[in-house]
Ligand binder design. Structure first.
Ligand code: IVH
Length: 681
């Protein structure tokens, strides 16, 4: 018996029944742990124990596909690429809220409510979360659809992406929920995850997300749910809608929704008097900075549903609710100059140099200007008084110019440069991209040094030198590209300042050791634009060695999971450049790892003329590796099943729709062992 299945109870049941019971137990247990961890933030088992249960469940579901269930916790991580989002009509329009910015305006809302209702009422105060609004529809306790706000009347069906959010219940807990209802809330990217994502993007010199809201929105629009799953979104809920809600009050309904498993913020409060509302605002204006997610205000709602109904809606927003926006922290200061920095990939970033000013406790001297369009939009002139804000952003930004403060002696208008400030090459701007680039990769000093700095980092080759040493080696003419590092000799180093016998020997040893670095990290270290750690791993797995990757056509590259057209083109461009080929060739002769370790069936034309669709998850090789095997053996990969499909390589968790289609069209389904047999026979 498989060791993973040892926990199956044995007494009194047939094998089949035992498996079914065990699968159900594991599913319930795993969802309970998801709930403890993601909703209650109080895990009761270790990650390892959790993973063990998940693995056991995956193994059982794989061995017994008839118990497949799209609501199983194993199905949260989508792996199939979905096409365009479908547009869906909202049963209840998704309206916005009227905004207020002062206590006076809040009082006016309160007084108006007093007048209109002419009877006692309660206000519920909540935080206003700054993310992407979402509406979830549940039928008989199951999540059936998740729709974005869209234009308020119709939105995108993003169910596959929302299912990846662990705190969103796929099936409700407890009971007493209406047959059908909607719950609305906010999809949020927690600050910690936002910072991680931006660090990753900075490393790749990709444009940073300005704030967690943009990052969450960009993530939800991803066509690949597996990417969404990797970003660790969260969702908080604040509004229950439906025909037959359990309670008469908004607050009470949310309390019950919490018992069904939703993450309902526990900071919502009933405010019997206007002063309680002001106290809530004053408290959260400061305290919100400690929260794990972004907030931009307070929402006030009349509690009783009957009174909400009585107050009704205007065309755009409810009369029974209003938002109070926190003041973004802002300062005025002088723009002294704008500098343009050139990064490793040649991306040129404009930076505003400011007269130092105190803003939310830190002195701000510089602000990001992002790109040429933003400079143009602001119409900046040197010497202008500018407004600097630190709202949801980490990097302060210039949000406007005090045009009235301009004197007759106005400074020059800021224009984006046309030539590289470092090497003088004319800058280029690719179609549909906001950034300008210096194209002189091989001759522009910050690009050369930046590439070497990237190559030696811990996550790439882990060679023990830093930017200063690289600067010295470059200036001395010893190192002009990453391959030159491996021709360094200890006596050369001793001729430089600050080098002693010991440090020179250390560097030699570190270079020697780096030759053992696995291929995927070497590939990451090459610094191909858009090839970050994850992409490098995917490419290494799919193409196995540098020659496989070098020879890969555009379609083969885009056929790899998570590799889009932009990355594919960048890889092609890299290998089309003779200078890069020379560097890669030299690295290979110096003994760097240019292939993944581990065996794979050799290439052949055994699959010539055969068309495959891969579906599900596998244990022996990854999906990408199977895709590569199919290509290497003359077969073709396709993403959808048709009458032209010869085989479906079916792994665990293959979706029920695909299974049905395969049966309908009579396409043969084979598992991974059968597939590997086809290659070895
Ligand atoms: S209630 C009909 N409550 O703010 C009222 N909205 O400008 C429905 N938001 O689109 C919204 N936190 O995305 C409500 N506690 C909260 C909220 C909240 C954030 C967002 C929501 C909505 C927008 C309204």
């Amino acid at each position: 018996m498989n060791s993973r299945n040892e926990n199956i109870p044995v007494h009194g049941m047939g094998r089949e029944e035992e498996v079914e019971v065990r699968i159900k137990t594991l599913r319930d247990e795993i969802e309970q742990h998801n709930y403890n961890y993601y909703v209650l933030s109080t895990p009761t088992i270790s990650d390892r124990e959790f993973d063990e249960r998940m693995k056991e469940l995956q193994a059982l579901e794989e061995a017994y596909p008839r118990y497949a269930d799209p609501y199983s916790p194993t199905q949260r991580v989508g792996s199939d690429l979905s096409k365009e989002f479908e547009q869906v009509e909202h049963a209840y329009p998704m309206l916005s809220l009227g905004n207020t910015y002062s206590e006076k305006e809040v009082s006016e809302f309160y007084d108006r409510t007093v007048r209109l209702l002419n009877e006692p009422f309660e206000i519920v105060a909540e935080l206003k979360y700054d993310g992407v609004s979402i509406s979830l529809i549940y039928e008989r306790g199951m999540l059936v659809r998740a729709v974005t706000r869209g234009d308020g009347t119709r939105g995108d069906d993003v169910t596959a992406n929302i299912r990846t959010i662990r705190s969103v219940p796929l099936k409700l807990r407890g009971g007493g929920y209406p047959e059908r209802f909607e719950i609305r809330g906010e999809v949020l990217l927690p600050w910690a995850e936002f910072d991680r994502l931006n660090r990753e993007r900075e490393e790749q010199e990709e444009p940073l997300f300005a704030n967690p809201r943009n990052a969450a929105s960009g993530t939800l629009k991803q066509q690949n749910p597996a990417v969404v799953a990797s970003r660790k979104l969260d969702a908080y809920f604040y509004y229950l809608l439906g025909e037959s809600l359990p309670e008469q009050g908004h607050y009470e309904n949310l309390e019950i929704a919490r018992s069904w498993g939703f993450k309902i913020p526990d900071v919502i409060r009933k405010c019997p008097a206007l002063q309680d509302v002001f106290d809530y605002i004053a408290y959260w204006d400061g305290e919100r900075k400690r929260l794990p997610v972004a907030t931009d205000g307070i929402v006030l709602k009349v509690n009783a549903l009957r009174q909400q109904q009585q107050l009704g809606f205007t065309a755009k927003s409810p009369r029974w609710a209003i938002s109070y926006k926190f003041q973004a922290e802002r300062a005025v200061t002088r723009l002294n100059s704008v500098s343009f920095q050139v990064g490793r990939t040649g991306a040129v970033t404009p930076v505003a140099n400011l007269e130092p000013v105190l803003l939310s406790g830190t002195t701000v001297k510089r602000a990001s200007l992002h790109n040429a369009d933003i400079i143009e939009e602001l119409g900046l002139c040197i010497g202008d008084d500018v407004y600097v804000e630190k709202g949801g952003e980490i990097i302060p930004k210039i949000v406007g110019v005090d045009v009235d403060a301009r004197s007759m002696m106005m400074g020059d208008q800021v224009r984006f440069i046309t030539h590289c400030p470092e090497c003088g090459a004319p800058l280029v701007r690719r179609e549909n991209e906001a950034a300008h680039y210096c194209p002189n990769e091989a001759g522009c000093p910050p690009q050369i040094k930046g590439k070497i700095e990237h190559f030696v980092t811990r996550r790439a080759m882990n060679i023990g030198i830093g930017p200063e040493t690289i600067e010295d080696l470059y200036n001395a003419g010893y190192v002009k590209n990453i391959a030159d590092l491996y021709t360094l000799k200890a006596p050369d180093l001793l001729r430089l300042e600050r080098w002693a016998e010991k440090s020179a020997q250390n560097l030699m040893a570190s270079l020697e050791k780096s030759k053992e670095t696995p291929f995927e990290r070497v590939l990451y270290g090459l610094g191909i634009r858009y090839v970050g750690e994850t992409v490098a791993k995917r490419l290494a797995q799919a193409f196995r060695d540098i020659d496989g990757l070098k020879g890969a056509a555009f379609e083969a590259l885009t056929g790899v999971d998570e590799i889009g057209e932009r990355i594919a083109q960048s890889v092609l461009d890299y290998f089309a450049d003779e200078r890069n080929l020379a560097i890669v060739g030299r690295l290979k002769t110096y003994g760097l790892q240019m292939a993944v370790s581990g065996e794979m069936p050799p290439s052949s034309d055994k699959l010539k003329g055969l068309s495959f669709v891969i579906s599900g998850t596998f244990t022996k090789y990854s999906r990408d590796e199977y895709k590569a095997m199919i290509e290497r053996n003359g077969g073709k990969n396709s993403s959808s099943i048709s009458k032209n499909t010869d085989y479906i390589l079916a792994g665990a968790n293959m979706g029920p729709a695909k299974q049905e289609k395969a049966v309908q069209l009579g396409v043969r389904m084979i598992d991974e062992d059968a597939f590997l047999n086809m290659l070895t026979l």
